[in-house]
Design a protein around this ligand. Structure first.
Ligand SMILES: *[C@@H]1O[C@H](CO)[C@@H](O)[C@H](O)[C@H]1NC(C)=O
Ligand SMILES: *[C@@H]1O[C@H](CO)[C@@H](O)[C@H](O)[C@H]1NC(C)=O
Ligand SMILES: *[C@@H]1O[C@H](CO)[C@@H](O)[C@H](O)[C@H]1NC(C)=O
Length: 539
């Protein structure tokens, strides 16, 4: 019997911060910016996504969870009641005390509630949240987060007739605790059973009026598979990626890697009928496909005929990734061009090379970064740091570059200086597409290519209009390079978005440190912070 599951409804509010922000305004979670209140009850309940009963995580009875609709600078007050028999927590970006990943935050104990306060300061765009602890993500508890521009800020396209969220992801008909047990026993995650679009393998319907243009926000909330997204007979104009307005290029389909979000515009400019929306696994020998309908309101012709074809070449995906660029003249969350901050002219203060690997440790499957397979400490790292609790982690317990040692377990934390400007290279020697995410930050994806990265690879970097986002893919036997301004003090998780991989160690923390303790640079410990591990009873 499960006696109690903590919930970290780590809302993956991937708050990619766009530029060096005025952090002093962040701590003013008051002022004139509007408040939005949410009251969420998290429970287990029966869901039937594949037609048979399984246990899902519901938020206020809903699967997927409710959408959070907000406007730049809104204060979101989310009171989360954990009625799972397990602890939980909501993750929020920017304040690493409330980040919702175990390294920073204590989960909400079963039967308790906790109120998260966050401000979507200087943010726009499409994101999602999900539960981060254990293997809760496999059971639901995810939902979309939309941050709209403030009324007077120009948006580089006309207001769409409607704005749809599409949460797509691979799905297992196995209970999340069983999946977790598979991993705990030392096995790999099996191949999924299906792909879902808003909780269904088929049948979701998006109604459009002929002649009008719609915004679709597509997020991959799945556990491990890249998904290709396409609509029969319609092209898509890409307008936004995780908070950055992009050059408006047109695509017939889009590869959405795990953890990523894309906004596209679709014009209902075809004959009145119903068209397939198809979402299928990429780079897998067996292909799983989910469908939905783009239904013209004046259509009386149901879905019929073959599904639109998916691309098959890996190279197609790389070409597409390189074509996604920032529209430098468009506004971001503020009424100034996104290109006003010249990331390409800043000198790099440090280069970090991160290599993933898979191996058995003590007879169990593990994954690692630079040979270190992360294991959580007995106390959330951020709290151990704050209360000066020794023996939880050691700064410097993961090297900046691959050590090529045999894989070992540690509570890996890398030191970093506040205000440093770093280059991170994700080197992938494995034969799978990977997806990496950094909490609390967005970064410029300056380059990606096949083979091994060398300093010479910098010659092919895009130093003019790379896209700024918080989740990037790394192709098989390839590298991806990013630039990141460490403008956010805290303890931040760098991890694989492949949920089994992060669960089994492909993650670590970066401690962005400033010797000057200032509320301008970091949120203070919230007064209502949950304390656990050896932080219990500390003040
Ligand atoms: C728990 O919820 C109640 C109301 O439902 C609220 O008054 C209280 O502040 C919440 N507690 C925490 C710790 O958020
Ligand atoms: C870039 O943004 C500007 C300003 O909103 C807009 O006029 C232009 O069409 C956009 N260009 C592209 C290629 O997306
Ligand atoms: C970058 O470094 C070069 C060489 O050390 C120096 O000349 C230049 O001024 C630096 N640029 C900036 C923006 O700091």
């Amino acid at each position: 019997m499960i006696r109690g599951e903590p919930l970290s409804l780590s809302s993956l509010l991937s708050f990619c911060s766009i530029l060096l922000l005025l952090l002093n305004s962040i701590i003013n979670v008051a002022g004139e910016d509007p408040y939005r209140f949410f009251d969420w009850t998290i429970t287990y309940g029966d869901i039937y996504p594949l037609g048979v009963k399984q246990k899902g995580i519901l938020i206020n009875g809903q699967f997927p969870g409710p959408e959070i609709y907000s406007v730049t600078n809104d204060n979101l007050i989310i009171n989360v009641h954990n009625n799972l028999p397990e602890p939980s927590g909501v993750q929020e970006r920017r304040n690493s005390y409330q980040d919702g990943v175990y390294g920073t935050t204590c989960p909400i104990p079963p039967g308790k509630n906790y109120t998260y306060t966050l401000q979507v300061k200087d943010q726009i765009g499409s994101f999602f949240y999900f539960p981060s602890l254990a293997f809760h993500k496999a059971a639901g508890g995810f939902g979309s987060l939309k941050i709209l521009s403030r009324p007077l800020i120009p948006v580089p396209f006309p207001p769409p007739a409607d704005d749809f969220s599409l949460l797509i992801g691979d799905w297992y008909s196995i209970d999340n605790n069983r999946l977790k047990a598979v991993l705990d026993y030392g096995h790999k995650l099996p191949f999924p059973h299906a792909v879902l679009i808003n909780g269904r393998p088929n049948g979701a319907t998006f109604t459009v009026e002929q002649g009008k243009t719609y915004r679709l926000r597509i997020s991959n909330v799945g556990l491990q598979n890249t998904l290709n997204f396409r609509i029969e007979g319609h092209s898509m104009k890409l307008v936004e990626v995780e908070g950055t307005h992009t050059l408006q290029s047109t695509y017939s389909s889009i590869d959405v890697h795990v953890g990523q979000s894309y906004s596209v515009l679709v014009t209902a400019d075809q004959a009145a009928k119903d068209y397939y929306i198809a979402v299928s696994t990429r780079f897998t020998s067996k292909v799983l496909t989910a469908t939905a309908a783009l239904h013209y309101s004046n259509s009386n012709q149901p879905l019929s005929g073959p599904l639109p074809p998916a691309p098959t070449q890996l190279d197609w995906s790389i070409q597409q990734a390189r074509s996604i660029r920032t529209n430098l003249t468009a506004s971001g969350p503020r009424p100034n061009p996104q290109g006003s901050y010249h990331y390409g002219l800043i000198n790099i203060s440090r280069t970090i090379i991160l290599e993933s690997s898979a191996a058995q440790v003590n007879g169990k499957q593990r994954y690692a970064v630079n040979s270190v397979s992360f294991v959580p400490g007995d106390t959330p790292l951020k709290l151990a740091d704050y209360f000066n609790i020794g023996g939880v982690f050691q700064v410097g317990s993961i090297p900046d570059t691959p050590s090529h040692k045999p894989m070992y377990l540690a509570t890996s934390v890398m030191a970093a200086d506040f205000r440093a400007f770093v280059e991170i290279v994700f080197q992938n020697h494995e034969n799978i597409v990977q997806s990496w995410h950094i909490d609390g930050y967005s970064f410029w994806v300056v380059g990606m290519d096949s083979g091994i990265w060398t300093p010479d690879s910098r010659k092919e970097y895009n130093l003019a209009d790379a896209v700024s986002r918080c989740t990037t893919q790394v192709y098989p036997r390839s590298w991806t390079a990013i630039y990141m301004a460490l403008d956010n003090v805290g303890m931040w998780n760098i991890r694989s978005e492949f949920w089994a991989r992060q669960y089994l160690g492909q993650q670590f923390y970066m401690r962005v440190y400033s010797p000057v303790e200032s509320p301008r640079d970091e949120y203070p410990l919230p007064k209502n912070a949950l304390l656990c591990g050896r932080a219990v009873g500390r003040t």
